[in-house]
Design a protein around this ligand. Structure first.
Ligand SMILES: NC(=O)C1=CN([C@@H]2O[C@H](COP(=O)(O)OP(=O)(O)OC[C@H]3O[C@@H](n4cnc5c(N)ncnc54)[C@H](O)[C@@H]3O)[C@@H](O)[C@H]2O)C=CC1
Ligand SMILES: O=C(O)C(=O)CO
Length: 324
């Protein structure tokens, strides 16, 4: 008999067909207040779950007594409690690698947009405010030749650093829990302490995964250690930043500006003070959002789930130790 699978995010038709060939699929086009009860009911028979963008709470875990594998269509897996999944022998699969370069493109775009005030000034042009030759009040800051500090020199951190080093002649420093010899050899990157990075970087760029140690790693104290001319870029997770402290730092000139793809609450509430600040570039969590990359992520997530349901945890499994 085919295993029951609950899919809670739209995926391309050919990938849905592939999933349906091997599984009995119950599909939800995202979970909201109207369909949550039906989703919870469907979980009762689910051996597999696949989707993204939903906190997989204790309530949902309890509603899924037959669960064997969860496949998130993302590389970040902070929506899941890995320890609790492992304790129940449930495999957690994710999508590393396929989104690395696309996400690095987005993050570097934020570096450029924040430094050169692209969105702010483009808006002024549209509003008819470009009435003469521009002066220093519309100038930005150089990117080339500056120092970029990468928080989290993993797959995406390295891809951002590669762009900075080869494309823009930037000096690369990084904070990571282990040394990254490849980055040091290929990009002349220097590993340093968090404090050193904050003090030296012109662009502090967060690509750390969200976990208890990294929650609010950017806060009032760490922001105060940055240069007043520096920019903070967030391409990791919103909750790595104390957003109230960031707003304060941006308003009071503790730092110069920010480029943000991720937020503590998503979608970013329309009354967020961040939106009223001219020195903030805010994107709607589009790090990996290209047609090509989102297709590859869905494909990998489907393949991951099918493999995990057959007991194959050799690829893209967060907790392969459950087999021991
Ligand atoms: N904005 C977006 O759309 C996207 C955001 N992301 C975020 O980026 C994160 C990173 O993705 P990858 O680079 O693929 O992951 P990765 O696992 O390759 O890199 C993470 C790096 O952070 C380091 N690290 C982890 N915890 C640390 C700690 N407490 N202190 C210091 N270093 C620590 C690891 O050693 C590793 O080098 C994801 O977890 C996700 O949250 C990922 C994709 C898209
Ligand atoms: O994959 C992730 O972790 C994202 O944030 C979206 O691509």
């Amino acid at each position: 008999m085919k295993p029951n699978v609950v899919l809670y995010r739209k995926i391309p038709d050919d990938l849905l067909a592939k999933l349906q060939e091997q599984c009995q699929v119950t599909y939800f086009d995202g979970i909201n207040a109207d369909n949550r009860a039906a989703f919870i009911k469907a979980l009762a028979e689910a051996e597999g779950v696949i989707g993204v963008g939903l906190q997989f709470s204790d309530e949902l875990m309890a509603a899924a007594p037959k669960l064997k594998a969860v496949s998130t269509i993302s590389v970040g897996y902070d929506d899941f409690n890995v320890a609790k999944l492992s304790a129940r022998g449930i495999a957690l699969m994710h999508t590393p690698g396929v989104l690395t370069e696309t996400t690095a493109d987005t993050i570097f775009t934020l570096v450029l947009c924040a430094a050169r005030r692209i969105t702010e000034l483009a808006e002024k042009v549209k509003q008819g405010e470009w009435q003469g030759s521009i002066g220093p009040d519309w100038y930005g800051s150089n990117v080339h030749g500056k120092t970029i500090g990468i928080l989290g020199m993993g797959r995406i951190g390295y891809a951002v650093a590669k762009r900075a080093h080869f494309g823009f002649g930037m000096n690369v420093i990084y904070y990571n829990r282990s040394a990254k010899p490849e980055a040091e050899q290929q990009l002349n990157a220097r590993r340093c302490s968090l404090d050193e990075l904050l003090a030296d970087a012109d662009f502090v760029c967060n690509v750390l995964p969200l976990m208890p140690e990294t929650r609010h790693i950017i806060n009032r104290d760490t922001l105060a250690k940055m240069k007043p001319s520096a920019f903070f870029i967030n391409g990791g997770r919103g909750a790595s930043v104390d957003e109230a402290a960031l707003v304060e730092a941006l308003k009071s000139g503790v730092i110069k500006g920010a480029g943000l793809d991720v937020f503590e609450t998503e979608p970013l509430p329309v009354n967020s003070e961040l939106l009223s600040l001219p020195n903030v570039v805010a994107l709607p969590h589009i790090g990996s959002a290209t047609h090509e990359t989102r297709y590859e992520m869905s494909k990998m997530a489907v393949e991951n789930l099918l493999a995990a349901l057959k007991g194959d945890l050799t690829k893209h499994c967060v907790n392969p130790d459950i087999l021991r």
